[in-house]
Design a protein around this ligand. Structure first.
Ligand code: 4AD
Ligand code: MG
Length: 482
């Protein structure tokens, strides 16, 4: 190993007047003298000062934006503004040239749309460097949170034969020759001949298998990729996204909500502490962006304030039914400003309704519970029918400002009879889920869990408006580049 020091460590170093070796990519080179060098370890660039009078002009020419270089020199206190220390270069080696005529990243502000088209290079911008360092910290904090509490990290399968959410929006997995698949006598595709001997798909959720783990290990969590073939081109949906799904034996819905709220606060706090500089940068970025908007569309809080606010306040908890009453009486509903007016009880909330509750009415994160049975998955625990004959389930969704639904979860239906009844009603094949039902046959117990959409969390913490900008290589309809 060379004596290379990463720029983050160097900038934090107490020592000066020492020889150092740094390596990184040139962000800018100005006045034939000052290199702004970045190696991804931190948002800040290191200023490298070149003694241009004693440097080969041919080498100076190769110090272009994007070039990879190695510098050895003296770390000194900087006299210039903007940095405490800088490196006076003694020797510079070009490790990889970058033709400035062809390099797509210019030292100027590029649009996020443009950067999405060059996602292989966008890590090299300050914005994406910050986003992916924050994403990394959040992932680490998720593990730390659960590990500190004795949860077991369980790896649920990526390929499954079930559709946990019952939504049917799955990607098939097959190794058939699609032009010529084996057929049965009736002319149908013969999945018995397929790799797994049956139709399979990429998982939409690890929950059902997670429940099996919780029924022995007590507290488990998954943290892995999930796949949904929903054709939704929104700023909140991906076809491949990462989900954190804890599942806990002996938890009821209140325990479940407490855990989710604690988890969110823990990981946000972790990122605020660990990535202060990145979040400061992203806050500034967002503030600049907001200045382009008309006053009434600007958010009331800076990013960093919004995160702090979320830590300092209890999430508002109320039932779906209470939320509907609020929405019915709300000004936008009365003035017919909602695209989907709130008419009665029982329909799913649209994002405009969620946003109203979170951003206008409560002005803080909200947890909605006890949704109508009709709009939720089969595995949620059924409540007693209420006085008005309304059927609800022990569901909870956490809604965040600017994001909408960030967490979806429930207490699970542990009563075999009730569960089977519901599966019959919804046309979910019981024989295929025999293993799931077994947990209700042998030692069933109250249990609960939830799913946290990791990218939506990263969106919240980085303030990025589009989910495609918080995952390295987004997958969405008609796009699987890189
Ligand atoms: O609400 P969902 O569909 O719930 C489940 O999958 C349950 N099995 C979770 C559980 O109880 N274990 O998804 C959970 C979360 C959502 O709240 C949202 O944050 C995120 O996953 N999510 C998506 N994120 C990005 N792109 C998509 N297409 C998403 N669909 C859901
Ligand atoms: Mg949901």
């Amino acid at each position: 190993m060379s004596q290379r020091i990463k720029i983050k460590a160097l900038l934090e170093s107490e020592q000066t007047d020492i020889n150092v070796i740094v390596k990184g990519w040139v962000r800018t080179f100005r006045n034939n003298q000052f290199i702004a060098l970045n190696d991804g370890s931190t948002n800040s660039n290191l200023q490298v000062v070149v003694d241009f009078e004693n440097t080969d002009p041919a080498l100076l020419k190769r110090l272009t934006t994007g070039a990879a270089i190695s510098v050895s020199g003296l770390l000194v206190t900087s006299l210039g503004k903007g940095q405490k220390v800088e490196v006076k270069a003694k020797q510079i080696e070009i490790l990889g040239d970058s033709d400035p005529e062809k390099y797509p990243l210019q030292p100027k502000k590029h649009s996020l749309e443009f950067l999405r088209e060059i996602a292989h290079l966008r890590f090299r911008t300050s914005t994406f460097g910050a986003i992916f360092r924050v994403r990394n910290s959040l992932a680490f904090a998720v593990h730390q949170f659960f590990q500190n509490r004795g949860f077991i990290y369980l790896h649920t399968p990526i390929i499954t034969a079930s559709d946990a959410e019952g939504a049917g929006e799955t990607f098939h997995v097959t190794n058939f020759d699609l032009l010529n698949p084996p057929k049965t006598e009736n002319g149908e595709i013969d999945f018995k001949e397929d790799f797994f001997g049956r139709p399979t798909n990429l998982t939409v959720s690890g929950q059902l298998e997670g429940e099996l783990g919780a029924m022995a290990l007590s507290d488990i969590y998954t943290f892995g990729p999930t796949f949904r073939a929903e054709n939704s081109n929104t700023t909140r949906h991906l076809a491949e996204f990462w989900m954190i799904e804890p599942e806990m034996a002996f938890y009821d819905l209140n325990d479940n909500m407490d855990l989710a709220e604690e988890l969110l606060k823990y990981v946000i706090k972790y990122a605020l502490d660990k990535n202060a500089e990145d979040i400061q940068f992203l806050t500034q970025r967002l503030e600049d962006e907001e200045k382009q908007k008309p006053q009434q569309d600007r958010s009331e809080m800076l990013l960093i304030e919004k995160l702090q606010f979320c830590l300092d306040n209890d999430f508002e908890r109320l039932t779906y039914t209470e939320a509907i009453d609020i929405l019915k009486e709300s000004t936008p509903n009365k003035k017919k400003k909602f695209q989907y007016p709130i008419e009665g009880w029982g329909t799913d909330l649209q994002s405009e309704h969620e946003r109203y509750l979170v951003e206008k009415h409560f002005k803080k994160p909200v947890i909605l519970t006890d949704y109508p049975k009709q709009i939720k998955a089969f595995y949620m625990r059924q409540n007693e029918v209420d006085a008005n004959g309304r059927e609800t389930v022990r569901a909870m969704d956490i809604l965040f400002p600017g994001i909408g639904e960030i967490v979806g979860g429930s207490q699970r239906e542990e009563r075999l009879e009730k569960l089977e009844q519901r599966m019959d009603q919804m046309g979910i094949p019981k024989d295929e889920l025999w293993w799931y039902l077994d947990t209700r046959r042998f030692g069933a117990c109250p249990h609960a869990g939830f799913g946290l959409g990791f990218e939506r969390l990263v969106q919240f913490v980085t303030g990025m408006g589009n989910i495609r900008d918080v995952i390295p290589f987004p997958r969405f309809p008609k796009n699987a580049e890189f």
